[in-house]
Write a protein that binds this ligand. Structure first.
Ligand code: ZN
Length: 78
């Protein structure tokens, strides 16, 4: 049986995280949400890292509510 080093295992975990659709979970989504909202407001191209936020928002009602509240707040500031 092939023995993997700790580093190799870590690399594999990172790889699988990068390829699964909803990788963020709510914590990760909340962390990136302000960046995502700002990109949306600026009409900039959503980078790959933030695509994951969009994917999560489509699947998670509580984060979507959070996001909509954030967008309202950001629009008021601008
Ligand atoms: Zn969520």
């Amino acid at each position: 049986m092939m023995k993997l080093s700790y580093q190799q295992v870590n690399n594999l975990i990172e790889l699988s995280f990068a390829t699964v659709d909803d990788t963020l979970g709510c914590d990760g989504c909340l962390e990136l949400m302000d960046q995502f909202a700002q990109a949306e407001l600026d009409n900039t191209i959503i980078p790959k890292t933030l695509e994951a936020v969009r994917i999560h928002l489509e699947q998670c009602k509580c984060c979507k509510d959070e996001y909509e509240a954030l967008m309202i707040a950001l629009r008021e500031v601008q």
